[in-house]
Design a protein around this ligand. Structure first.
Ligand code: PLP
Length: 495
């Protein structure tokens, strides 16, 4: 498995070797030049590797063995809720009635799928305390933007054109100011106090006639519950603004507390976090948006409704912000979330939140003697450590994160939130056993000792991975679009 010299797929290519067999062509060959404009046709065939089926299986199996996922190891990446995705959800999503239908099919032939979407919406209404939910938005940030566009349409329908500002706390997830900006708002930052919670005086200072909305995560990105949420809601509603709940991290409060009861007017959920849709690697997500009555007319269209015994899509919604995604959302992820909610039940979801919070507090208290804990109160689903003590000894949080790879763990989120020096944000989730939590804690304790005794071991980590430290941005900034074979000097296009 651990093979330093695994060749590239291009390097194992042998001319003439093939991994497929197709019957001989028994129809006339299509003339592509009549179907595709000449300027778009390739001049030379793509330089694809020529390999057998077995070669390619071994190649990608070897690569996949180097990968880290929930199914292979602990993944406490804060704010990402990397919990185990039960396999029953996969089986349900693969049922032919869900997997083999087409979005252009007539409504009458997909009533089962529509019933599932409708039921899921109702469950999410119940879980969030909202009045209506749309499943259209494709992921968290998209849900944020969708809700902000609705809030904007709401203010405009009242002639409130001066509401151009969205307030976000300094601990907010980066997507919050980004979505606000894409939705055409200016963002204003509200400060957090020493206790990690929004500073109410500062909130009063920044809230005003120009406030469109406050965006808030609760528990916030430090894993702390904003205890003064009802007062915050009063402040924002008092100036005519709306409250938006970033519900990406609902994992701490399910069946315990509802955004709707805290005074929020709109919320998005990340079904690919809390509700076990697999995520990572850029796969599809799902970010349903729930809203209170006043915002319902602005929901994206079409809206799924039940008329007598039939489900149908309602397009006759004159105030809707429009469509935010082709068709009806990422249906497959919605099926998984539905299966998860139904298999857990309300009591099960409550236990999920209790164990998620218990696991995070257990880890925080056991690690507190070895790393600084900037916030003393109990945490919710995640907690933040600071590596500032280790930094004084010349070891950075990045080094600690890399050293964790040698123990087979995915590192926590690091250098976030920005207001914590050398921050590490750890989110164990509820699906991990005490043995796994202990193994991670033991590794963190050993690393803390190494920092004092043999810092170079940490500074030079990782030692056991296939590649050591990578340039973290090069692949995005300089993608490899040409491959230069070893024995040649001319690059070959690979795409
Ligand atoms: C993950 C996350 C988001 C963004 O969700 P995406 O699905 O990645 O767009 C937004 N806010 C918080 C707090 C998150 O943790």
């Amino acid at each position: 498995m651990h093979n330093e010299n695994q060749p590239l797929i291009f390097e194992i290519s042998k001319e003439g070797r093939i991994g497929y067999s197709l019957p001989e062509l028994d129809v006339p060959e299509a003339d592509l030049s009549s179907a595709i404009p000449a300027g778009l046709l390739r001049e030379e065939p793509a330089a694809l590797p020529e390999v057998s089926e077995l070669d390619i299986m071994r190649h990608y199996t070897a690569l996949s063995n180097r990968n880290h996922g929930i199914d292979s190891g602990f993944y406490p990446l804060g704010s990402c809720t990397m919990k185990y995705n039960p396999k029953i959800n996969e089986s349900v999503a693969r049922l032919s009635g869900f997997a083999d239908i087409h979005p252009l099919q007539d409504e009458s032939s997909v009533q089962g799928a529509m019933a599932l979407m409708h039921d899921l919406q109702e469950h999410l209404v119940e879980i969030t305390g909202m009045d209506e939910v749309t499943l259209q938005s494709a992921a968290g940030a998209h849900g944020e933007w969708t809700a902000l566009m609705m809030i904007r349409a709401f203010h405009e329908s009242n002639g409130d054109h001066q509401r151009t500002k969205v307030i976000v706390p300094d601990t907010a997830h980066g997507t919050n100011p980004a979505s606000a900006s894409v939705a055409g708002f200016d963002t204003v930052t509200v400060k957090s106090g020493e206790d990690g919670l929004v500073d109410l005086d500062d909130l009063r200072r920044v809230a005003g006639e120009d406030t469109a909305a406050l965006m808030l995560t609760n528990p916030n990105t430090l894993g702390l519950f904003e205890e003064h949420i009802l007062e915050m809601a009063e402040i924002i509603h008092g100036v005519g603004g709306k409250l938006y709940y970033d519900g990406a991290n609902l994992n701490a409060v399910m069946s315990k507390a509802r955004p709707g009861d805290m005074g929020f007017d709109a919320v998005h959920l990340n079904l690919h976090k809390t509700f076990t849709g697999p995520h990572g690697g850029g796969g599809p997500g799902s970010g349903p948006v729930g809203v209170k009555k006043e915002l319902v007319p602005f929901l994206p269209k079409p809206l799924l409704v039940k008329k007598e015994d039939l489900y149908t899509f309602d397009y006759d919604r004159p105030q809707a912000i429009g469509r935010v995604k082709p068709f009806y959302g990422n249906f497959g992820i919605n099926v998984r979330a539905y299966s998860y909610i139904r298999s857990m039940g309300a009591e099960g979801l409550k236990l999920v939140s209790e164990y998620a919070v218990l696991n995070a507090n257990y880890m925080m208290r056991r690690l507190a003697p070895y790393y600084d804990t900037p916030y003393e109160q109990h945490c919710k689903h995640e907690f933040v450590l600071s590596g500032r003590r280790q930094k004084k000894l010349g070891v950075r949080t990045l080094d600690i994160a890399k050293r964790l790879l040698d123990f087979g763990f995915h590192p926590p989120t690091v250098y976030f939130p920005l207001n914590v020096e050398e921050g590490m944000m750890i989110e164990p989730t509820e699906t991990e056993s005490k043995e796994t939590l202990d193994a991670f804690i033991d590794a963190m304790i050993q690393i803390a000792k190494e920092v004092e005794e043999t810092p170079e071991v940490v500074q030079e980590a990782p030692h056991t991975t296939v590649v050591s430290r990578l340039d973290e941005t090069k692949a995005a900034r300089k993608p490899v679009l040409k491959y230069v074979p070893k024995e040649q000097s001319e690059p070959v296009a690979v795409n």
